[in-house]
Each structure stands twice: as C-alpha cells, then as structure tokens.
Design a binder for this molecule. Structure first.
Ligand code: SF4
Ligand code: SF4
Length: 375
C-alpha cells in the first residue's frame, strides 16, 4: 500500500480547524496517567507538516472518542489516528502487541481458508440453525476463554447466554462455523487490508444463510458492521442489530419476564457502544427490567464514560492498569457490589485489573445476568 503523506490526512480529516484549545488532552484518560501523550500535540505536529508515522505515541491512543465528543472544532481524533496508523504500518512501524501478539495471530489465521471448529461451545440448551432470517454473530468469543482462562473470561458462556436470550424472544438464530473475526482490531491497529479480508469472508458467510438481520452481543462487532463495513463494501443486504436493542423490543412484544435479583449494580459504558454507536439507554433499560436491581451511576458515565484501558489488544501498559484500577475504584465508590458491562473485552480488561488489585466488586456481563434471571 502506498503511504499517504501527513498533509493528505490533515486535509481529509480537516484537522486544520483545530483551535489549539487542549480540550482533547484535558479529556484524555491516557494523558492523565502518561503526560508524554497529548492528542493536541499530535494534531499540532501534523499541522506543521511533521511526519508522525514513526512517533510511538500514535499507538498510545485508546481511540475511545472521549476527546472527539468534546472537541469544539469537531475533529475526529480517533479516525485521524487510525489513518496515521495505516500509514505507519505501511512504512514498517507498529505498536506493541499485548500477549506477545497472540490475538493478532489468531486474527491473521482467520483470513486463511481454514476449516474451523467454531461451534463446539453450543450445548443442547441453545437452539440454532444453519439458515434463517436472523443470524447471531459470535465473533472472537470462542478464543477468549482459552487465552484468558486464568481470569475466567467467561466469553463462551456469554455466547451461550446470548443465544438463550434470542431463543427466549422466540427466535432460532442461524450460526456458522465459517464465520471469522469482524476485523475491528485489524481496522484500528493499522491493518486495513487484513480488515477487508476478514470483512469480505464474513459477508460471504452471512449471505449464504439468507439472514435479513444480524444480531451482535459484542459492541465492537456491531459498530464495525454497522459503520465500517458499508464504508468499504456498500449495502450489506442485511441489518446489523445490537442484542440489547433486539431484547428491548422482544421484552415489549413477547412479554419476557425476569426473576428478582436484589443487587446494587453500576453500568460501565463500552466506548464502541456508547460514544461511538450512541447506545446508552438499552443496556440500562434491560438491567432495570430485573426486579430488585438498583442501578447507580458512576460519576463518569454515558458520554463522559471512561475506556476500559486497552484497545485492539495493543499497548497494554502500566497506564492501562492505572486507568482500569481507577475505574474499578470509581465503580466501588458508588456503593455497587457489581460492575456490569455489555462488552466481552471490557469484561476481560477489567477482570485482569481486578486480579492484580482485589477490590470488593464483581464484574458481570449484562447478557449473563439477564439470561440467568429469565423467569
Ligand atoms: S479539542 Fe479539538 S480544537 Fe481543541 S486542541 Fe484538541 S483537536 Fe484541537
Ligand atoms: S481517543 Fe481517547 S485515548 Fe485517544 S486521544 Fe482521544 S481521549 Fe485520548
């Protein structure tokens, strides 16, 4: 791929509107714990024409959009940094992969024509099909339990519970062993070609099932299909649907009921679901359908929420741990005994921090909680 120069990226992202106000740096969770990192400086350096592909700080950004939702000049900093990363990898630069790059290797393998044993997690309790109007996109969950066994990632149980919730809505979703990673991490790690290969494979797989709706229990998969697949591939021929929104409608139409659970919980907004996909209410509405649940909000929630500290299995550092530990303390300070999130990766990152810093709080997946309480 031929690298574009920094002037082209400045033009494309209109970063010349930057007011040099520093709101981005003041909003940034990384800059709070890592003073060498400043989104304002990255923008300013680009404006004076400095090539930034070799700057290691472009990989420190969590692409969490906390800066861009506040930027008075409407500069989409995460998108700008995503594009710089594409140019950086084209010129041989890279970030630091967490877990020795194991997850990136798993993603790369999935671009190949491998026969996968992807559905062995299904039990007789989950009703699925090979064809149908509704498809459930499982994503990378089957790999997480193996890699993160030490922190009991629970991602496969999350997939089972997602299917059980879809079944409770009276729907038997199609699933496929040929599915692969949605490409989210490749897209944000500067691996655009790998993203396109994964996306193309998924589109072919899903189209063979005849699905009109594709349901996602992972915010990254949902956002990537909803906002990025059409950018590269045009009309998908089906509608990406978030499981949370699917369930809100199903509860209303089918009268799904939940057993009581006396718990005080707080909800962590995943960046891809909240700021990037604009979904704040559906997960909260679902939680409050469980009788006995008391939802208390953290000070930094909704648009003001804070990232779980690592994105794309990259640059996991002492800064990530500081952000995660602060988040767990914030959750605990609400009086909640449970932090609920709707993203399997947030769950993993926060559990990892909890293991290192034991606090009186448990971390739960929203869909696990709901599936366990189906009456
Ligand atoms: S918040 Fe926006 S306008 Fe202000 S310094 Fe950052 S990028 Fe520039
Ligand atoms: S996207 Fe998030 S991590 Fe990156 S500069 Fe903006 S606020 Fe900081």
């Amino acid at each position: 791929m031929k690298a574009r120069n920094i002037e082209e990226l400045v033009q494309e992202n209109q970063t010349y509107y930057c007011l040099d106000c520093g709101v981005c740096t003041g909003s940034c969770p990384v800059a709070r714990v890592h003073p060498e990192f400043s989104p304002r400086l990255i923008v300013e350096k680009a404006l004076i024409g400095l090539e930034e592909v070799s700057d290691k700080e472009i990989w420190s950004c969590l692409t969490c959009a906390r800066c861009s939702v506040r930027c008075p000049a409407n500069i989409d900093f995460p998108e700008f940094v995503r594009q710089i990363r594409d140019e950086a990898t084209a010129e041989g630069f890279d970030g630091e992969y967490a877990h020795n790059g194991l997850l990136q290797t798993v993603m790369a393998l999935q671009t190949r024509p491998l026969k996968q044993n992807r559905l062995s997690w299904l039990t007789p309790r989950e009703k699925t099909a090979s064809q149908g109007d509704v498809y459930y996109f499982v994503g990378c969950r089957p790999f997480f339990d193996v890699i993160f066994r030490d922190i009991e990632a629970g991602s496969i149980q999350g997939a089972r519970n997602a299917v059980r919730l879809i079944n409770a809505a009276g729907v038997v979703p199609a699933v496929s062993a040929a599915e692969c990673c949605c490409g989210h991490d490749a897209l944000w790690n500067g691996q655009e070609e790998r993203f396109k290969q994964l996306a193309q494979k998924n589109l072919e797989t899903i189209r063979t099932t005849g699905a009109k709706q594709v349901v996602f229990s992972c915010p990254e998969g949902y956002l990537t299909f909803r906002d990025y697949y059409p950018r590269y591939f045009g009309d998908l021929g089906f509608e990406p649907v978030l499981l949370d929104e699917f369930l809100v409608s199903a509860v209303r139409e089918k009268g799904i009921a939940f057993q009581p659970l006396e718990q005080t919980v707080t909800y962590h907004d995943p960046c891809r679901l909240g700021r990037m996909a604009g979904v704040y209410d559906a997960p909260r509405d679902l939680l409050q359908l469980i009788p006995g649940i008391k939802l208390v909000e953290m000070e930094r929630s909704r648009e003001n929420g804070v990232c779980c500290g690592t994105t794309g299995w990259m640059n996991c550092s002492a800064c990530s741990k500081a952000i995660q530990t602060e988040r767990l303390r914030e959750a605990r300070s609400t009086g909640a005994g449970t932090l609920v999130t709707a993203c399997p990766k947030c769950e993993i990152h926060l559990r990892c921090a909890l293991k290192a810093n034991p606090l009186e709080i448990q971390i739960r997946d929203l869909h696990d909680l709901l599936a366990e309480q189906i009456a």
